[in-house]
Ligand binder design. Structure first.
Ligand code: HEC
Length: 268
């Protein structure tokens, strides 16, 4: 072994010995490409780096890694652009997302809603029978076609929607909703859910009290038999809230707009 060299097992780092004159291990000077200046610079780098690695080799390695990373990113971007601009993204409602994409969107939706509803406190009178009556009429007119009603297990529009609107007659089972669940429903009815068929009902003019009526009714819905549902809807004022006046809203029913359960909507 030459003077100043370090006897270290292969594969392990050689720790430099201190020279009496310059304080830097002599074996560093024996390596090609290293000047005293670069070593002095290197000494300002973190200790672990200096102990284990030849700075020049490390630099080359980093360069190659960055170049590889850049090349892979460029290929991925080119592929993404070809899929996007070539019109290859399948936006049809009759082809489901890949499971991983669906889970990703669902997680994002739940996290976003949970964040938005933090400051919403439900009113204390959600079990008031008048709220339930008002909610029943509006539910039948505006929601049942997508979210079903007792005794109705599917609808034409619901089958074609993606994501499929949840069956709100079964959402809760027999239990009472927590106040967080009521706040969540209020928020969803008010703001809707982007790129799904769930409308933001507040945009059409539905006021907060009518949204709470619907929220109250949703808590009651799973416990109703078809007969109870029909009688509570029949006893309500039907479709009544202060939304926009339009065809099928505060006006005689438009063709295909069913305000009472059981009537025949259309035929084809
Ligand atoms: C045109 C179909 C459609 C109509 C009409 C509709 N919804 Fe929805 N609704 C949806 C869809 C689709 C979702 C699911 C969205 C998603 O998962 O991203 C949804 C989700 C919801 C949810 C969230 C349920 C949960 O627990 O996750 C509530 C609550 C809700 N709707 C209430 C209503 C009420 C009340 C009405 C009537 C005022 C209504 N919806 C009308 C399509 C509709």
């Amino acid at each position: 072994m030459r003077d100043g060299e370090v006897d270290a097992p292969i594969g392990e780092c050689a720790r430099p010995q201190q020279s009496e004159t310059d304080g830097i291990g002599r074996q560093y000077f024996d390596r090609p490409g290293l000047t005293q200046q670069s070593i002095a610079k290197g000494r300002r780098l973190p200790g672990a780096f200096l102990l284990c690695c030849n700075g020049v080799m490390m630099g080359k390695l980093l360069l190659v890694t960055f170049a590889l990373f850049g090349a892979v990113s460029a290929i991925a971007c080119a592929f993404g652009a070809a899929v996007y601009y070539g019109g290859y993204i399948d936006i049809s409602a009759d082809t489901p997302h890949e499971a991983i994409v669906f889970d990703f969107i669902e997680e994002a939706r739940e996290r976003a809603i949970a964040r938005q509803v933090r400051d919403i406190t439900p009113p204390t009178d959600l079990s008031d029978p008048e709220r339930l009556d008002r909610g029943a009429g509006n539910y039948q007119a505006m929601c049942a076609n997508c979210h079903l009603s007792p005794g109705i297990s599917n609808s034409e529009i619901r089958q074609g929607l993606y994501p499929t609107p949840p069956d709100l007659t079964k959402r809760l089972g027999k239990r009472e909703p927590s106040s967080a669940e009521s706040a969540r429903w209020f928020w969803v009815i008010k703001h809707g859910i982007k790129a799904s068929a769930m409308p933001a009902w507040s945009k059409g003019g539905m006021e907060a009290s009518a949204i709470w009526d619907l929220t109250a009714f949703l808590a009651r819905l799973p416990a109703l038999s078809p007969e109870q549902y029909q009688s509570i809807v029949a006893a309500s004022d039907g479709h009544a809230h202060s939304g926009l006046v339009e065809m099928g809203h505060d006006a005689p029913s438009a063709p295909g707009h069913v305000d009472k359960p059981g009537s025949k909507p259309h035929s084809h």
